[in-house]
Design a binder for this molecule. Sequence first.
Ligand code: ATP
Ligand code: MG
Length: 460
Amino acid sequence: MKPIALQHAAIKAEGLVRAGDPGLAISSVHFDTRQLTEGSLFVALTGGARDGHDFLLQAAENGAVAAVISDENKVPQGLPNGFGLILVNDTLRAFQKLAAAYRKESSIPYIAVTGSIGKTTVKDIIAHVLESQMPLYKTYKNLNNHLGVPYSLLQVGEEHQAAVLELGMNHAGEIDLLASLVKPKISVITYIGESHIEFFGSREKIALAKAELLPHTAPDGLVLLNGDSAYLRMIAHLYSGEILYYSVEGPADVWAEKIRSDERGTYFDVCFASGNRFSAFVPLFGKHSVLNALPAAAIGKQLGMTNEQIADALATVKLSAMRFEQVQSAHGALYISDAYNASPASMQAAIETFADLFPARQKVLVLGDMYELGSDSDQMHEQVGAFASARKDRFSLLVTVGEHSRHISDAYEGKKLHFATKEEAVAALLPLRDAHHAFLFKASRGMELWTIISDLERQP
Ligand code: ATP
Ligand code: MG
């Protein structure tokens, strides 16, 4: 963050300086005392299980020189002399306002990525491509919510020439708030799926919730929409500026052709409606990985990169852990860990990708429950089972783990085993962890399916 004076922080947070020198320099803003460094402003959040006001002394010990508070009666004795205090009514809102006002002073391009699936992946690929040309800030891991987005905005410093931020949501109205803080120049909506459908009721309403990003995007900016998602075409009229559709299914504004893969990754041609086209490679698997790379190519072009620069950067993309990550077993097996999260669409994409890879190995699907699917949950698990079943000649075994995944198993017509617990699954998989086998692990994050891999490796 660019340092700011206490008085300016108070103005940005719409609060009052109640203690400390108004000129006191603030070098960073944090709500977690473990992240504080010398010169930090500590935001005492009150909404969670603990009241941030109880940590004011600790914050000062950890380097904070000032705090944003909402209750002066909770200010403890013993704060260091000169410790700054900014009083506000609501510390969370103040944190968000501070971040939004800080962002407003910056003229670099802010790029926002939202969608039901693929946000982190698309964010990481865009950041990787642009990073080859300029220092930039990207959302750390998955910090994409009402705290993570303002946190990220406040991390952007003078050295950064762009920022790529992930915006997440569970409920309507959330993207509206986050996008109002970010005010993106370029926005990407990756996909409209079934995640969180239990809160929304329909995919149209999920699409509308994502569409809240559009009015906050600069009118002279750019919006990239997944052209292969029908629900995204439905909301396009909500943005008055330039919209580009990207697709792996056929010609769009930016699309991919000649997609083919080997054990290293996937090759394709990037094609633009202008006639510009070039060959590219990503060390990733599946058609959806090509789809996820297209916004990066389009944004690279928009920001003046050459075809060669974009292709070179795409060739060295590396994703965050557990996104179709290849893990080599000490016992010879190949584990594909896609255990970070799962929804019906991402399950099918992973199964399809896995079906086409590693023809020399016996392939085992290890699938767990998908959460938050609402009343159609059983049926959606069955659909995944039927999808896998249509490719059953490619797999030697389906192992399902958990409660809901029984419905995946029920719809699968090949060799299969179902277990209530991960421990039972580990015992069944143990004899298979040799060089003849490859495993795909996928389930909702709450299943923590990755522990099966570590348990398999821990056993002698
Ligand atoms: P979260 O809401 O948890 O932050 P996210 O939107 O950031 O999720 P990612 O972490 O990028 O999504 O990807 C989640 C899963 O979906 C991964 O297993 C990934 O491989 C898969 N995936 C990514 N993009 C697609 C796509 N276009 N189609 C299908 N599956 C995809
Ligand atoms: Mg994410």
